[in-house]
Structures are given as structure tokens and as C-alpha cells.
Write a protein that binds this ligand. Sequence first.
Ligand SMILES: [Zn+2]
Length: 395
Amino acid sequence: MRASWIEAALIAAGAIVGWYATRRWRLSAEPPPRPPSRDYLAGLNYLVNEQPDRAVEAFLRAVAVDQDTVETQFALGALFRRRGEVDRAIRVHQNLIARDTLDPAFREQATYALAQDYQRAGLYDRAEKLLLELSAGGTYRINALKDLLGLYEVEHEWERAIAIHRDLGRIGKPDQPSAIAHYHCELAEVARASGDTLKARELLRTARGELRRFPRAALLRADVALDLGDPAHAIKLLKKVPVESPQLASEVLPRLVRALKAAGRQAELAELVAELAGDGREVADALAYAAILTGQLDSPALLALARAFLGREPAVAEIVGALLPDGALLEDAALARLCAAIRRQAQRSARFRCGECGFASSGFFWQCPGCKSWDSLKPLSPSDLAGQVGGKRGR
Ligand SMILES: [Zn+2]
């Protein structure tokens, strides 16, 4: 509440500055301007005294009386949108745009503000129309392109998102360079779901052209290879992923087990796991944790990895150590039960967290639902999960 008040006070301060700016701008051409109305000053007073509703009423009265206060109207519109009163924000900005005499720079500002109102209200068609106008050129071009990108992502309009991402690439670096490779993967998933594996493969080739060493494309290519009855190729693709992207081990392991089974090469799992784990502790731990979370512990090689991994997890090691005599090892059956308990606990909690915004989720997403960053969700460790027990449940 206090933070939103600081924000509102800043908007009010901006409105005062704007009022003086408008005043100076008009000084040479027109008669001396009037001072701020009593309602406007009353509105400020309410803001300072943390009475938001009365402040908004006073500001509305001020604007109704003095239609020249363009900056005040912008401040009001922004305040309404932030408070979630989007209908009011839309009315304020529409009124501004409807003025015949409005300065072109203010008209552009009002159009962008209205597009933001429409986005906030979920009126995406209207927002898109205005953003397309603004993206043709002018002060708000880059903002409009970025907003369009976000809008097409929400609507899963991947081809349009690709075009906008390319436009952004031509006039400056897009905020998320890897996004375009994800858009191609999204399209490839659609093609694969409709049975068009040829198109899916072509799209995945383009995705790799956009971004080399792109693990999502490798996973999808492995899926397509499995669809086409080529598990050997799938195994070859999957082997590389945990080494380059250990955080995706839980996406890789079930696919790898499936591909080995399809190829009749289950016996190779132990060798493959040893080879991957030999790449370093990070990969070994990621694979072990993925095996625990996905319940792939039939293989003695994976169970051994899980034992070593849990021995290094402080929260788990301390509890297990307290239950066993000094130097004793947990038996395999007990270890499997412990892993199953951790899996059940993980299923009840958030398993992934966004490194950008902290959004916690029980499922994996390539794009964070909270902040819309790509590739920002990372798995939580068993110690993180232990910290969640009794705390907030994940989504
Ligand atoms: Zn996020």
C-alpha cells in the first residue's frame, strides 16, 4: 500500500512539473495561464494524506473544469491504469485523442497510453491496431514493437512474433535474443502435434540457425526422431543436453530412458549415465536429482548417483545421518524410499523458480509465466524444497 502511495505521489509530482511545463510552453503564444484549480490542489492534498479515492475524485473534477491541463490528464490516466481502473484510463486517453487541437507529440503519447490501457484490459485486438500504427515510426516505435512482441506471445501468434523480433533486431538488440529460436520451437511443436514432422524438422533447423547450442531444439528433434522410429538418433541428440544444460536433466532423462528402450539398448543406460556424470559434479547432481524427481531409479547406476547426491545435500544428509550409526550407509531399499518421499514432497511444492522474478512453479516452463523471461526457470534443490515445507505452496 505504501509503495503504491509513493508511486501515486510521484505521479502527482510529475503532474505538477507537467503543469508548469505546459504553462511555459504556452506562455509566448497565449494569455497568462490560470493557476492550478482548487480541485487540483485538493487532489494533491488528499494524495499527501493518503486518501486515494478522494484524490482521484478531486483530480477528475479538476480535469472536467480545466480541459487545458494535458499533462494532468496523462498523470490521471496513468494513475487510473495503475489502480486497475482501466475503463477510466481509457476514457481519459480517448478524450485526449479526440481533441482536434492536440499537439502531435501529445497525440502520439496518448495513443501509446491508450494501447497500454487496452493491453491491461485484455482488449488485444484494439491494442494491436494502435501498436501497429505506432510501430511504423516515431518516438514510441521501439516501445510499440516490444509491446507487440509481448502481445503476440500471449496470443501464441508465433509467426507474427518472429516478424516483430526481426524488426526489433534491425533497429537495435531485442531484450531477449533467444526468444526467436523459442518461437520457431513453438511452431515446431504445433506442426508435430498435427503430424507434420517434415515441417517440424524444418522449423527446428531454422531454430538452430537462430541460436546454436539450443537445448530446446535438441529435445524436440529427439522427440521427432522417436516419432519417426529413429531412437538411435534421439539418443545421440539427448546425450549432449545435460552436459550443456544440466538444469534440463529432468526433461532429458525420461526421454533418454524411452529412447534406449525403443532401441532395445536399455543395458547401455549405466554406461551412458557414467559417461555423462563423468563430465563433472554439476551434471552428475543434475542427473541424480532428475532421477529422483522422475522416479527413474530402477538402474543401479542412477541409484548410486542419487546416493552420492543426497549425501552432499545438507538438509537431507543431516536428517539421514541422525538416524544411522556413525559411518553406516543407507541400504538401497531405504534409499529408494527416501527418494520416493522427496519426490512426493516435490510434487506438493514448487519445483522450479525463475531466476529473474522469483516466480515459483510446480511445472517446467520455457517462458516464465510471471515476468515472461525465456529460459529463466531453474529446478530447486532438495534443501530448497525442505525450506518450503510448512511455508508457501507453489503454483
Ligand atoms: Zn520470471
